[in-house]
Write a protein that binds this ligand. Structure first.
Ligand SMILES: Cc1cc2nc3c(=O)[nH]c(=O)nc-3n(C[C@H](O)[C@H](O)[C@H](O)COP(=O)(O)OP(=O)(O)OC[C@H]3O[C@@H](n4cnc5c(N)ncnc54)[C@H](O)[C@@H]3O)c2cc1C
Length: 221
């Protein structure tokens, strides 16, 4: 494993870039660094391009890096990124960021591809006493649900805003949170997703007596 400037981009060969839901992909490449679950890498298609950040979704023991991303139709990177196949190149940075998974009991709250760091934490063995709340628009938006469903059972809450399904709360995750009479106040809440989701969720948590110090956020902007 090598040490390098976290800002410099290095070429990697894509191992696979699989669609796992409409417009949503998992890109894989060989890992040659150590990282802490919750960290991100910067990715570009050319070293001179402005890179975008992606949470590592694979675990510390996995030999590959997995990145979970969705296509932004007018975006600069994600439409061409989604067309890569095995053998194509990407340019990626060393890991950075401090949204670290911890062993202590916690509530994990993710919207959309914001599930990625929690997948990494889970696959790295950070599993004890976790409540996971995942919000998505469609029933196919609960990426990696097979990872969590059997193991977390009633501590895995899927909130679907546009469709209803068995065992799934029909509504946004913020609505689910608002409806909870007692949220635990003795643990950290990790939030990951869009700025709107993070801000709205933070406000609800504070209203529900969760101390600001117990709210940790990773914003996908
Ligand atoms: C710490 C961090 C971690 C992240 N992790 C993930 C992750 O794991 N998975 C993931 O999917 N995403 C993640 N993101 C978001 C990701 O970095 C990109 O922002 C996202 O993939 C969009 O990239 P893009 O180049 O395709 O779109 P961009 O070119 O950045 O455009 C994004 C959107 O803005 C619009 N836009 C662009 N330019 C303008 C303009 N001038 N005026 C108005 N609108 C405009 C586009 O229409 C598009 O819809 C993360 C972000 C951060 C900061």
């Amino acid at each position: 494993m090598e040490e390098r400037n976290p800002l410099s981009l290095k070429e990697y060969k894509v191992i696979a870039n699989d669609a796992i839901a409409p417009g949503v992909f998992v890109l894989r490449y060989r890992r040659d660094f150590t990282f802490i679950p919750g960290q991100v890498v910067a990715v570009a298609l050319h070293p001179a391009h402005q890179p975008r950040m992606y949470s590592i979704a694979s675990g510390m023991q996995d030999e590959e890096v997995w990145l979970l991303y969705n296509i932004r139709p007018e975006g600069e990177l994600t439409p061409p990124l989604s067309e890569l196949i095995a053998g194509h190149s990407i340019f990626a940075s060393a890991p950075s960021g401090s949204f670290y998974g911890k062993a202590a009991p916690a509530v994990w709250i993710a919207a959309g591809t914001g599930i990625a760091p929690f997948v990494s934490m889970w696959r790295s063995g950070i599993r004890r006493d976790k409540l996971l709340i995942h919000g998505g628009r469609f029933l196919h938006s609960f990426y990696f649900e097979d990872t969590f469903k059997g193991a977390l059972r009633e501590n895995y809450i899927r909130c679907c805003s546009n469709e209803s399904g068995d065992g799934v709360f029909h509504g946004r995750l913020t609505t689910w949170l608002q409806q909870q009479p007692n949220l635990p106040t003795d643990r950290k809440y990790y939030l990951c997703g869009s700025a709107e989701m993070v801000v709205e969720t933070r406000d609800i948590l504070i209203e529900k007596q969760i101390s600001y110090d117990n709210i940790v956020a990773e914003i996908y902007f």
